[in-house]
Every structure is written in structure tokens, then in C-alpha cells.
Design a protein around this ligand. Structure first.
Ligand code: SPV
Ligand code: MG
Length: 293
């Protein structure tokens, strides 16, 4: 019995599993390890979170090779399948297929590519989100599929609702991207209610599985997504934002008090860090490899 590959695991979560699946954001090795310990079965390598952790804006400031390096740290740190936020693929069909090939080499299970133009800007800020031409973007998807075939999950992400186009435009794009070979459709929205993605799901009718990112419409209970037969929910940036809030709190407190005494009980203990990073395994291996037999 062979262990399932990352692609098989991710396909199970997004494409075959009839249960609602959840992907947790990770942006480095530590956040990946923590998500795995919490019981998540797959990770979302978030462009926003990776950019933020590197001190970049989510506007293609990090290069594709910096993204691949971050993904490598995430993949190496867990057994979980990783779906990478590949933005628009960093250019045209040629850049997109190069990115997909390098992400697959780094051990990612799949990538999401969005129909935005290079350089992109994060979907949740600003009001200038020009959409790529449908045929041009479909070419990006086909080029990726031709390079990675069945060994990589390709999620086509539709930004039509973000760009202020209606449901019809989103549905037309979903069909075009399905024809181009996508394995799933990610429909993105920045509304404060889930109405728009639920309308999409009902109109679309599951020709391909639907993935959503409820960052702004966080109040909707996931039971609504089960009912709508949505495949996968992505919690896209919550570890990064949790880390930012915690770091701000601890820095403010230490700066003001010139002491770490009062925050000690609020931060991860060193034994917890040593446990997360499996220092016990290192000690075991030293016994095996450092001592004469
Ligand atoms: C990300 O996590 O980088 C995403 C989701 O693409 S969003 O920030 O909502 O665009
Ligand atoms: Mg992104």
C-alpha cells in the first residue's frame, strides 16, 4: 500500500470528498506546522500572508522564485498537501507554466491561478482590478495543464465579482476555465455577505468543485456552504493576522514596561516551540548516529 501523494490528498479534499473541506493559510514553516497540529488536512500558501511575512505588499512585489522558496519551507514542514496561491502566474502563459513546474518540483500539490493582470493587487484593497481577457487567461490555464497534466491540481480563480462585473460574467468565465482544463473553480468575493458566492454556486451547479475564501463574509456559518454543496473553504490569512496582532501586543508591552515579566505567560513557551519543531527527533537521531556502535 503506497501512501497517497500530495496531489492525491489535495484531489481528495477539493475534488472527490463530498464533505466540506477546509484549507488553512500558512506562510512559513512554523505556521504550517501549527496548522497541521490543529488538525487541518490541507494548507493554502497565501500570497497575501507570504508577502506580508516578507515585508512586501501583495502586488507581485515578491518574485516568483521567492514564492517558490516560501512554498518549499511550507512543504518541508508538514505532511499536508499545499495549494499555492499563484496569483495570475506572474505574466503570460509562459510565466504561468514555469511557475507551475517549479511549484510542483518544490512539492506543492496544486496552484490557484487568478484571471488578473500583472502586476496584481490584493483583491480586498483598492478598486482597480482589471480582468484578464478570457481567452488569454484560458491559454494560461491550458499551458499549465499541458506541463503538469494530472500531477498537479489547477484551480482557476475568477475575479469578476471583485472587479465589479456581475454573476453572468463569472459564470461565463467558469465555463471557459472548465473547458481549459481547470480542476476546480475559486470564486472570490469581497462582500460582507455570502449572497454573491451562494448565487454563483447555485447557478454554476457544480460542473467543477467550488472553492471560496470567506475573509470579508466571515459571519456566514459554514452550514450554508454545506447546504450549497461548496467543496472547499479557505481560511486565507488568519495565522498571519494573528501573528501580527500578537507581535504588536508583545512589542508594545515590552517597550512600555522595559520588562518581559508580564508577557511571559501570554506567549508560546520554549518547550512548546521545541516540541513543534521536533527537537526530540534530533536527540533520538543523535543517539543513533553520533555514538559509536
Ligand atoms: C491570499 O490569501 O493571498 C488570497 C486571498 O489571494 S485574498 O487576500 O482575499 O485575495
Ligand atoms: Mg492572493
Amino acid at each position: 500500500y503506497a501512501r497517497p501523494s500530495p496531489v492525491e490528498k489535495l484531489r481528495d479534499e477539493i475534488c472527490s470528498n463530498s464533505e466540506l473541506s477546509f484549507l488553512m493559510e500558512a506562510h512559513d514553516g512554523l505556521s504550517a506546522r501549527i496548522a497541521e497540529r490543529a488538525g487541518f488536512r490541507g494548507l493554502w500558501a497565501s500570497g497575501l500572508s507570504i508577502a506580508s511575512s516578507l515585508g512586501f505588499r501583495d502586488a507581485n512585489e515578491a518574485s516568483w522564485s521567492q514564492l517558490v522558496e516560501s512554498v518549499e519551507r511550507i512543504v518541508d514542514s508538514t505532511e499536508l498537501p499545499v495549494l499555492v496561491d499563484g496569483d495570475g502566474g506572474f505574466g503570460n502563459f509562459n510565466n504561468a507554466r514555469l511557475l507551475a513546474r517549479k511549484l510542483r518540483q518544490a512539492g506543492a500539490a496544486g496552484a490557484s491561478l487568478e484571471d488578473s493582470c500583472f502586476p496584481k493587487l490584493n483583491s480586498l484593497i483598492g478598486d482597480r482590478h482589471p480582468l484578464a481577457d478570457i481567452d488569454e487567461f484560458s491559454g494560461r490555464l491550458r499551458a499549465v495543464k499541458d506541463v503538469v497534466s494530472e500531477t498537479f491540481i489547477l484551480v482557476a480563480r475568477i475575479e469578476a465579482l471583485i472587479a465589479g462585473h456581475g454573476l453572468n460574467e463569472a459564470i461565463v468565465r467558469a465555463h471557459a476555465y472548465a473547458d481549459a482544463g481547470a480542476d476546480a473553480i475559486l470564486i472570490h468575493s469581497r462582500k460582507s455577505s455570502a449572497d454573491e458566492v451562494l448565487s454563483f454556486a447555485s447557478e454554476w451547479g457544480n460542473r467543477l468543485p467550488v472553492v471560496i475564501v470567506p475573509t470579508t463574509y466571515y459571519r456566514t456559518p459554514v452550514s450554508a456552504y454545506r447546504y450549497a454543496r461548496i467543496s472547499t473553504v479557505v481560511w486565507a490569512n488568519h495565522s498571519m493576522r494573528a501573528a501580527a496582532a500578537a507581535m504588536r501586543h508583545v512589542c508594545d508591552s515590552i517597550a512600555a514596561q522595559q520588562s518581559v515579566a508580564s508577557i511571559e505567560s501570554h506567549i508560546a513557551s520554549l518547550p512548546e516551540i521545541f516540541d513543534l519543531l521536533r527537537y526530540d527527533e534530533l536527540a533520538e537521531s543523535e543517539k543513533r548516529y553520533l555514538q559509536p556502535r
